[in-house]
Every structure is written in C-alpha cells, then in structure tokens.
Design a protein around this ligand. Structure first.
Ligand SMILES: *Cc1c(COP(=O)(O)O)cnc(C)c1O
Length: 374
C-alpha cells in the first residue's frame, strides 16, 4: 500500500516508552531468563524492525513472529538474535527456515516426519530448530496428550542430525482474567506434559504479557512479551494492578484540513445520518476506514486542542468529519489516540467504543498511515 508521506496523518511511535516497558519486564525475570519480544503483525502496528532494534537494546534476547515471512523480514533487516515463528509453517519451508536460522513451532508428528524427509534430501546441511507446542487448553495448535509429546520427542531424537529440539511451550487462554481457575487447570496440564520429558530443551516458555505480569511462578525460562511492550494492559480494564507503569507506545494524530460553518438543518456524510440542529463548525480530517479508523467510530470523540469533538456522520474511506467548538485554522492537530492538552484518548478507550480489545485497534492501523519514530 502507498504510504501517505505528504499528508498530515501519522502513527507516532515512542521508542523510549517501548524501551522502558521491556526494560521493566526484563528486570523482573530471574538472571539468565530470556525475553523474546513478540513483533508479529508489524510489531502490533508499531514497525517490526524498529521495535526489534529497540527491544534488543532494552534486553530482549530473541523475537517471536506469527508467520515465516515476518521472520524473514527481521533477518533481511540484519537481525541476528533467535527468531521463533509461533504459527504453523508449511513443512515445505523447513529448509528455508533452517538456512536462515529461524525456529519453527510444531504441533504434530506428521509435520516432523514430512520435514525430516525434506531436510534429509535438501542441499542445506544445517539443523532446523524446533519448538514443540502443547495444547493445554487453548484449543488452537499443539500436541494434545503427553503420549503424543513423547512420540514427537522420539521422532526428533531419531532425526537429531537435521532437527534440534530447541524449545517447548504452551499458551494460556485466560492469563488476563482475575479468575485464575482455568489458568491453574492449564498449568497442571502443562506439568503433566513436562513430566514425560527426560531432558528439558533450551527454552521452556509459557508466559505471554499477561502471564508475565500476573502469574510469576510458571516454571519457564523465557517469556513471549507482546502487548505490554507496546504499553497496553493485556486485560484491558479487568486487572488494573500493574507491577510497573506501562507507557503507551503509539499515538495517532492528523489535522483539520478543511472546516466550515454549517447552517442549522444541513446533513453530513454518506447516508446523511447526521443533521445539524444549530449552526455548527464542522472540520474534516483526512483519514478514514482505509487507515484503520473504522466506520463504527461514528459518534466517538477525538481531541482538538484538548476539546472532545465528536465524529459526525459516517466515517468515509479516507476522511471523517468532526463537530468543533468554534473555528480552528487548517492544520490544527486532531488526536485520535494520544494526549492533547489535559485530555487523553487511549487505545483502550477506542477499543471499548468499538466493543473490541486494544490489540485489534493498534493492529488495524493501516500501513497507509506513515510511522514516525521519536
Ligand atoms: C501473540 C502471542 C503472544 C504475545 O501475547 P501478548 O498478549 O501480546 O503478550 C505470546 N504467545 C503466543 C503464542 C502468541 O500468539
């Protein structure tokens, strides 16, 4: 997608905030424990390579991504630390991953057999690093029973010249919930899995951000640190107690690029869903749903000069309109997420309005919005 470099609309990424969030998380770990920064989905919209670089300075010792392409992007940017793909990769890509020293997640014995066959006949003679995923209750990917795990380790050992059993992990479904009943159930399952291992691999990891913030004792030696690095509370507003302050990693701003006094009784936007009930100053902002400002934001208030200004009429693909308290000059900043005067809009405020979670709000910011790093 074409990036809007000549338009006043941007995601401003605060690298110092991201550094601080990661640094605090790292300080809470035991000596020698690893923090892999999760930079999937272009670093949750913040820029995967830029986040990876600052994360490494803050103490991250590896990275997690969702898909192989994202791992390759890090390698192409010159990043040398371990990279783990958290999703399932086509076994056909085993050789490519091995040659780039990218670790893959595996959740089935079939996969191991297929990859072993391909690796045995490939020209590349290095080993593929593998993390076995355990399904302890997330129901997404991973081995279902300790017996399956045992068999998988057997296959790995039989092909130890081409595959390295580098890690084992699971993922919690409710680590961000104040009720820890299901978390404890999953943790017990995890221990039942681990009991069949003769030897632990290098990395044992169970913690996402929520687990690292609220469930310290988990028996792993690496955390997969995601949303909290971007300064957002994984629970939204469910658990307000935090061991350290999370600083928001991004803000979204644009400008008033057109404004006019609209007479009483005129309508605004597609469908003419808003009609002025008095003479009103209406400003136009040059971002829309193609930028990740969904149509469902109609009625939400953005900030101009510290004032809350409602989005009136439907959000268009590339523009939306707001009601202003009075005339403002063109070029006046409009804050969609971030601080303006004494007022602030957080990604959680937007998420609440849209009945979703902050993750979806920040990942939805489209690449058309240029990223500015400060
Ligand atoms: C995305 C993801 C994470 C990171 O989760 P956060 O809630 O953002 O910390 C960790 N582990 C796995 C398996 C994931 O898919």
């Amino acid at each position: 997608m074409t990036v809007g470099n000549l338009r006043d609309a941007q995601v401003t990424v605060d690298l110092a905030a991201i550094y601080s969030n990661i640094h605090h998380a790292k300080q809470r770990l035991d000596d020698g424990d690893d923090l892999f920064q999760v930079v999937k989905a272009d670093g949750y919209g913040h820029g995967a390579v830029q986040v990876a670089e600052i994360a490494e300075k803050a103490g991250a010792t590896g990275f997690c991504v969702a898909i192989l392409d994202e791992a390759l992007q890090l390698r192409q940017a010159g990043i040398k630390l371990p990279v783990l793909v958290l999703g399932i990769t086509d076994p056909e890509c085993a050789q490519l991953a091995a040659s780039e020293n990218i670790s893959l997640t595996v959740g089935s014995i079939d996969w191991l057999n297929q990859a072993a066959k391909l690796l045995d006949t490939s020209a590349f003679k290095g080993r593929l690093n593998i993390h076995l995923a355990l399904d302890t209750g997330m129901g997404r990917i991973g081995f279902q029973t300790p017996d399956e795990l045992k068999a998988a380790v057997g296959v790995l050992n039989a092909h130890s010249d081409r595959m390295c059993f580098e890690g084992i992990f699971t993922h919690f479904a409710t680590a961000d919930s104040p009720d820890d009943t299901y978390f404890k159930f999953q943790y017990q399952n995890f221990q039942d899995f681990m009991a069949v291992l003769d030897k632990r691999p290098k990395y044992v990891h169970v913690a996402n951000s929520a687990t690292s913030l609220w469930h310290k004792v988990c028996g792993g030696n690496m955390i997969r640190f995601g949303i909290a690095a971007y300064g957002l509370n994984p629970s939204g507003r469910d658990i307000t107690q935090l061991p350290y302050q999370l600083k928001p990693g991004l803000s979204v701003t644009s400008e008033i690029d057109f404004s006019k006094l609209v007479k009483k009784g005129r309508s605004i936007g597609y469908g003419a869903t808003y009609t002025t009930d008095s003479d009103q100053w209406i400003g136009t902002v040059p971002v829309g749903y193609a930028d990740g400002i969904p149509r469902a934001m109609q009625g939400f208030s953005v900030l101009v000069d510290g004032h809350k200004c409602p989005i009136v009429g439907r959000v268009c693909m590339d523009q939306f309109m707001i009601r202003l308290p009075h005339d403002y000059p063109y070029g006046t900043t409009v804050t969609i997420i971030g601080q303006s005067g004494d007022a602030q809009i957080t990604a959680d405020d937007v998420a609440d309005y849209l009945h979703t979670i902050s993750y979806e709000v920040i990942c939805g910011l489209s690449p058309r919005l240029r990223r500015k790093y400060v």
